[in-house]
Ligand binder design. Structure first.
Ligand SMILES: Cc1cc2nc3c(=O)[nH]c(=O)nc-3n(C[C@H](O)[C@H](O)[C@H](O)COP(=O)(O)OP(=O)(O)OC[C@H]3O[C@@H](n4cnc5c(N)ncnc54)[C@H](O)[C@@H]3O)c2cc1C
Length: 146
């Protein structure tokens, strides 16, 4: 059995762990467009506040995926799904077959149509990438004003 999970947040990762408990033999692959293994979004504010390091945010490290025999594909965006052929597309020509598919794709930050919302220095905070961009901006602004 080939299980394919799109999304490596709490939903996708917890599902993968439960599937592995129930099926020791099946192949499990998690795909995420993010560059990091499962990390705590909740602690991103502590990361921004300098209370924890990037590595402390990571909940499931590489050895966990190895022990569980779960393949994790980082930096991989799913762009389309063909449910009839049971294939997902990670580029127009690159497809992955599955027997069971789980969409655990979470949500996206909604930006209300407020005047100035697109200005420099206005951010949303959902991912570790967002947090690093905020920190880089803050460092740049502080350097300019000194
Ligand atoms: C700063 C912050 C603080 C929070 N604090 C709390 C809290 O205190 N308590 C609480 O209950 N909740 C909190 N939340 C909300 C909580 O983090 C979310 O409810 C939770 O992350 C949802 O988990 P999920 O697995 O459903 O989705 P997500 O964590 O959003 O994971 C979905 C994953 O799917 C990936 N993905 C989406 N589309 C694709 C695609 N096409 N191809 C490949 N990958 C894709 C995304 O990149 C992402 O990695 C907080 C969130 C943030 C941002």
């Amino acid at each position: 059995m080939k299980y394919l999970i799109i999304g490596n947040g709490v939903a996708g990762t917890t599902a993968a762990a439960h599937i592995r408990n129930l099926d020791k033999e099946g192949s499990i692959r998690i795909i995420t467009e993010e560059a990091y293994p499962y990390y705590s979004r909740i602690r991103l504010i502590h990361f921004l506040g300098g209370e924890v390091d990037e590595k402390d945010l990571v909940i499931k490290k590489a050895d966990w995926y190895e022990e569980q025999n779960i393949e994790l594909s980082l930096n991989t965006e799913v762009v389309d799904i063909d449910i009839n052929k049971k294939e997902v597309f990670i580029s127009p020509d690159d497809r992955i077959h599955y027997d069971r598919l789980l969409l655990a794709t979470g949500g996206v930050s909604f930006v209300p149509p407020i005047s100035g919302a697109n200005s420099e220095g206005v951010f949303t905070l959902r991912t570790l990438k967002d947090a690093n961009e905020i920190l880089e901006f803050v460092k740049r602004v502080i350097n300019v004003s000194l």
